[in-house]
Design a protein around this ligand. Structure first.
Ligand SMILES: [Mn+2]
Length: 331
């Protein structure tokens, strides 16, 4: 017996969906759109020839990739936008390349264009997004690449992590949008952020200190992460506070989403820069820059999610209309 497919083409699909539609099943609780923006590494120059054609990164490619992300956030589930109360941007560190290794260049721009260019891209991005969401909430954390190398310890910041080039960018953003009721910039002094989204507590840190997720591009130790979640939440519960339900990190440049035994979600972001000469030198031979976004409502700490593979934007000049490439200008 030949079985005729029910869903055949666009017209038949629409008719089928109409026939089975149950409006009562449509979840109309309010939602937040959340994105982890980490490991962008603005100010780094990836030489395409040195990378065997696998990757290329500069201010133009950065503008296109970041513009693509802004467009994805703008259009994400726009049919449900009446339910979106806000968009939450988790700026989770390594937003600039900094000058921590290969200090003689040319892989890294001087620090002033790094900071100015990144500032410009965030200001443009936030100004773009506020037209499409009722509220834009920005939660900030520095990473290891934003640290300053004049200190005695050249290693990651074990104290005063907020004393970083990235925090100078965060302060500027807070100043620029100080009188804008639609944009809130949150900059904790702690090396981790504690935010509540749709009733769920979310813990965000870069992942190089406080909460260690693994080595960049090497391994993610789920047992160790589980223990760290239990340790972190034990103190919250002991003090009568709600446990964290979502933990967000960057740093390892290896995107992953999984749950630990308690059911808490672990979201590890990928990078926006992709592979560079440093990554290639430690044996990373592929290029897969990705940033992770998801929806949250009161029922689901992590609902629908989307992984934004940003290198698709590299040849699309039109994204420069959203983010104008930085051209080393000082004013
Ligand atoms: Mn890092």
């Amino acid at each position: 017996m030949k079985i005729e497919p029910i869903i055949l083409n666009e017209k038949a699909t629409k008719a089928y969906l109409k026939a089975i539609a149950k409006p009562s099943l449509h979840d109309t609780t309010s939602r937040s759109v959340v994105i982890a923006l980490t490991d962008l590494h603005f100010g780094t120059n990836v030489d395409e020839a040195e990378l065997g054609g696998k990757n290329k990164f500069n201010w133009t490619i950065g503008a296109r990739r970041f513009g693509f992300i802004m467009e994805q956030l703008q259009t994400y589930k726009v049919e449900e936008r009446n339910l979106h109360e806000e968009i939450v941007l988790l700026l989770g560190g390594d937003l600039i390349g900094g000058i921590i290794h290969n200090q003689e260049g040319p892989d890294y721009d001087p620090i002033t264009p790094q900071v100015c260019g990144a500032m410009s891209y965030f200001i443009q991005g936030l100004s773009h997004l506020k037209a499409f969401y009722p509220k834009v909430r920005v939660v900030c954390q520095p990473g290891n690449h934003g640290r300053m190398m004049h200190k005695a310890s050249k290693d990651r910041a074990m104290s005063q992590k907020y004393d970083s080039y990235e925090n100078i960018i965060f302060f500027a953003l807070a100043q620029v949008f100080k009188n804008d009721p639609k944009i809130e910039i949150i900059v904790p002094k702690t090396p981790y952020a504690d935010v509540t989204v749709q009733g769920h507590r979310l813990f965000m840190s870069h992942g190089d200190t406080v909460f260690i997720t693994g080595n960049p591009g090497k391994s993610i130790n789920t047992e160790s992460i589980d223990k760290q979640v239990l340790r972190t939440n034990a103190d919250e519960v002991k003090n009568g506070r709600k446990p964290f339900e979502v933990f967000v990190f960057g740093h390892v440049h290896q995107a992953a989403h999984f749950q630990v035994t308690s059911g808490a979600h672990i979201i590890i972001n990928g990078s926006m820069i992709g592979t560079d000469s440093f990554a290639q030198a430690v044996g990373i031979m592929t290029n897969n820059p990705v940033q992770v976004m998801w929806e949250m409502n009161s029922k689901f700490a992590v609902g629908d999610n989307r992984w934004l593979s940003v290198s698709k934007a590299d040849h699309e000049q039109r994204y420069e209309k959203i983010i104008k490439p930085y051209n080393y200008e000082l004013a």
